[in-house]
Each structure stands twice: as structure tokens, then as C-alpha cells.
Design a protein around this ligand. Sequence first.
Ligand code: FAD
Length: 366
Amino acid sequence: MSNYNSAAIEEFNGGIWVFCEQRQGKMMPTSFELISEGRKLADELGSKLYGLLLGSNVEGIAKELGGYGADGVYVCDSPLLENYTTDGYTKVICDVIREYKPEAMLIGATNIGRDLGPRCAARLHTGLCADCTHLDIDVPKYKDFLRSASTLAPAMIDSIKEDDRNLKMTRPAFGGHLMATIICPRFRPAMATVRPGVMKKAAFDQAKADACQIIKPNFSLTEADLDTQVVEVVKAAKKMVDLIGADVVVSVGRGISKDVEGGIKLAEELAEVLGGVVGGSRATIDSGWLSADHQVGQTGKTVHPKIYVALGISGAIQHKAGMQDSECIIAVNKNESAPIFEIADYGICGDLFKVTPLLIEAIKTA
Ligand code: FAD
């Protein structure tokens, strides 16, 4: 399928779609976040918003997506879709996209989404912007830019209508030193994977959930289509820290280096009195002080808790990318010029080993 002309692009008017990831029949939080964000985009475009749900016996969890803004949910149900396989999910998704022609497709940048998104985009001959942190709708002002900077034929550029509306996707680039804004004007659907935890979940509305339409598209999937077989699903032995869902995150940085064990213990105590969890900068993960699931930042998790405490963290741009939208940021650092103070609501300049016990004591006695 080629979308490489404006007539073909115009056929892609099937609304905005969100791939709604579920595991073992439980919807992943990123599905609700993307439906909530997709609603805003669809309203701006005057389009419909649909979830795309694959799995086995998953129809029962589909309507919940309506409560966060989906007009309808395409449900592809098959025992062969019970567990995620790249080949099975890719085939079904590409088949239904070819049939129903959505103008845009959003996918959570989870382990599954990062595998699935590029594979589907390649099969559909369209573009994908990976790991987005912001989405918007753009009215094109880029014809002159395309003429000067691209190898597209002039006739092709002229065929772009001034009132074409595109998904505008923003993601960190060059190691997080700049934010790149990307549009996909010539291909449909425009596809994006979006970092979990970045988009805010809307309030749930039961009436909208009840009104949500369930659509069962025709698709075919047989064992012959699957080159892989899931033999067993083994749950992680250790419970991973739930940074994204936490209301309070107390993170430690390289500032704990003079007493790593003591520093982590202080963070744990502070997290406990505040009812939160412990996170860390990449320096603490690279040093082996905390496991990778604790990492906050561009290559870790994106969090926006009610309270984020940064203990001995300098505030590098890649760390800030993962926590700067927190409601209240409290930073403890012995260097008064540390960049973390630029975004902190409360900054304490001092030694974290002296300040943190005082904070714990004050909260306990408050
Ligand atoms: P440092 O920058 O070394 O800061 C330590 C701070 O502790 C200093 O400000 C110091 O003043 C303070 N301090 C020292 N002792 C004390 C004390 N006793 N009391 C109080 N303060 C004290 N980083 C991330 O965090 N997350 C990411 O996802 C991430 N992704 C990256 C991706 C790329 C492509 C690249 C290039 C880098 C990435 N980084 C990431 C690394 C990032 O650039 C920084 O190197 C890292 O965040 C620094 O961690 P830090 O603040 O703990 O350490």
C-alpha cells in the first residue's frame, strides 16, 4: 500500500486510533492516558476517536475506554492473540488499518509498543515518530521548507493543501538537548509511540463508557501466520517499583556517593513517611546502587507526582525531562548553583545527610 499521493491520503479519514495495550486481560495505564490525549486531538480535528484492542476474551474491558473519551473500540478477539507476539499483532493491526484507514495511530512506548509500532509503520509504508512527549495538531506552513530542504518532487509539494491538518509530534533529540517537532505530511496513518506517564488521564465518565460503541472488525489470523509461539509467561520475581503511579517520589543522585547505603536508607525513610516510592538519577543506576526500574528521566521513567524530592541530584536536562512536570519539586543539594534549583518549588541548599533526617523528623512530628 502506498499513501504517496494526496488522493490516497484523503481516504484515511477513519479517525484517530489508539492501540490499547492489555496484559492478561488488564488494561495498561498508558491506554487510558492515550485515549484521554487522543480525545483532545480528535476534538481539534473534528474526528472520531477509537481504541484498538487485541487479545483473547477482552471485550469486557473495552467499554471502560469510552469512559476516558473513546467514541468506539475496535475489538479483535482471538485465542491466538492471548499473548503478545510481534507477527500476530502486526498482521491483525495492519489488516484492520488497511480496511478502516485511520488518519493517526497512537501507541504507548512500552516494551510492546516499541516493538510493535515500527513494525506496523514499515508494513504500512508510513512514518512513525518514536518516544513522543507532546502531541498537537498542526496546520501546515511548511511548503517553503519542503521546497528548500527535501527531495520531494515540486508537483508533490504543490499537491499539499494549505488546510491539511497534521499530527504534530514532539520528542527529545540529540541526547535530550533539544526537542524536535515532527510532522508526517505525506503518509497515513501518521504514527507515534508516546512515553508512558507523560499524558494525563482524564476523569472517568460512566455515561460515556456506557455509550461507547464496540466494533468487531473482520480479520483473519491462523497459526500459519505465527512464526513465534509463547510457551510460558513468567512473572518478574521481584516487584518493580511503581514510579509512574506514585503520588510521591523521593529520588537520590550521585550526591549520596560518600555513603550509598545510608543515602538510600534516608530516601526510603523519607518516602515511607510521605507515602511514596524511591527513584534515582541515571548516575545511581549506572553505578549499580539502584535497579533500572528506579530510573527517572529521558531514558528512564517520566513521572508527574504530587511531590518529587530530589536528593543530591544536579538536575541535568535528561533528568529534568522525566520529572519537571511534577506538581511540587523539593530539591536538596549542597551546590547553590545546581540546575535543579531552577525548577524547584522549594530548594534547600545543604548536605542531604544532614537535611534529610531533619525533614523526616519534621514530617513525623507534624
Ligand atoms: P551529578 O550530576 O553528579 O550530581 C550530583 C549532585 O549531588 C551535584 O549537584 C552535587 O552538588 C550534589 N551533592 C553531592 N554531595 C551532596 C550532598 N552530600 N548533599 C547534597 N547534595 C550533594 N540522567 C538521568 O537522571 N535520567 C535519565 O534518564 C538520563 N538519560 C540520559 C540519556 C542520555 C542520552 C544522556 C547523554 C544522559 C542521560 N542522563 C540521564 C545522565 C545525565 O546527563 C546526568 O549525567 C545525570 O542525571 C547526573 O546524575 P546526578 O544528578 O545524580 O549526578
